[in-house]
Design a protein around this ligand. Sequence first.
Ligand SMILES: *Cc1c(COP(=O)(O)O)cnc(C)c1O
Length: 482
Amino acid sequence: MTEPLLFELDKKGRRGYALPKLDVPTVDPADHIPTKFLRKQLNMPSLSELETVRHFTRLSRMNHSVDVGFYPLGSCTMKYNPKVNENIARLPGFANIHPHQNANSVQGALKLLKTTEKYLAELTGMDAITLQPAAGAHGELTGLLIIKAYHNKKGNNKKKILIPDSGHGTNPASCTMVGYEVVNIKSDNRGCIDIEDLKANITQDVAGLMITNPNTLGLFDENIGELASLVHSVDGLLYYDGANFNAIMGWTRPGDMGFDVVHLNLHKTFSTPHGGGGPGSGPVGVKAHLKEFLPTPFIIEENNTYSLKNENDDTIGAVLGSLGNFSVIVKALAYMMYNGKEGLKAASAYAVLNANYMMKKLKDTYYVPYDRFCKHEFVISGKTFAKHGVKTLDIAKRLLDFGYHSPTIYFPLIVEEAMMFEPTETESKDTLDGFIDVMEKIAKEAVENSDLLKNAPVTTPVRRLDEATAARKPDINFYRKP
Ligand SMILES: *Cc1c(COP(=O)(O)O)cnc(C)c1O
């Protein structure tokens, strides 16, 4: 598959548009714009509309996406994003307003934001929500700044945040950014927090515990009540990384489990597109005792009229230059409204069912380190193929040849040669069965034809790349090379 650059397709004089003859007087831009701002020439390729459409369509077909095929990337919740969400977000009343418009001219938008806050508060069991953070990691930063503001106000001398060794990489990174020291807590042989190790680390300088439940192994920690009271006993706070919320919508709530702060990833659980680098949305919810620390402005509702309140003594301040990534929030609210309470519950139930079905089916061929019911995702290990010289990376690359996105690999760090799958609720049993067949076929290849796996992928537009260099120094001329 090769694709020239637009500049190479350039044919001088070709046009992608036709304008009617001007029926107003022409003006010379130089009479209106200072000459230093005028372009002397604009180097643009000349192409017809159809050539341009084909170029971009061909490029898009070199990529994998949820709309093309199964995308079981664990922890990322790559579920189908219903197209009706896009139509709703593009309604002129939503699409053509400005974040700094006067509150009385955007009452509908403010009502939409307030409604989203209420729904998310209900789903998480929290008392107040901010929609400002633009991603999960941004939500973590916001939540940790709130935790820090709480301790500062009380005069608590806190230095540490506890994070289990299965935690997502953004968790320790966010703690470090707000100036907390990270203490790793061990997992027990069931994949949950080792209570004894937690007890040993509960000291007066603990600011909080940051976990996701179900955790990144897809396992629910039933000891959460005990964990919460241990942390609260030293006035520590519990932070819930809600990236795994797709497992529990409507079944249980972080607020009921004892959490004080939670972030959600609307671009995961609430079905808005992600994976291309944004935009995302990572709302943060807090219990009443932390409400005063939330970012400003607050959206205030009085007698069905909405206004913004900026002043608030204890706020951590704004974390975004607007009230949030509005179009993402519109899509997420649309998703919640047409699914309703029962629909959201069903989505989580099917997500969990699909993950357990896949895990059970793969158990005959792959090693399952934590052999118990999982939630919305599960982890297997490729270590049993080491004797054939095959690594998890080779298995993941081979999946691309069959038209599937690979699972998350080498995470969580506590599982050797880890592969983490999250099928989501939007996949049919046929899709799951097709994928399981391919996983079995690859396991057979690993034993009988390991060289094939080590050279995979062999059918994709680009072959095996050095992943670090490919991300840092992208080579857009790859297709020219033999
Ligand atoms: C995705 C994810 C995050 C970070 O969210 P972003 O929106 O990518 O910043 C944090 N924790 C877990 C468990 C995740 O899966």
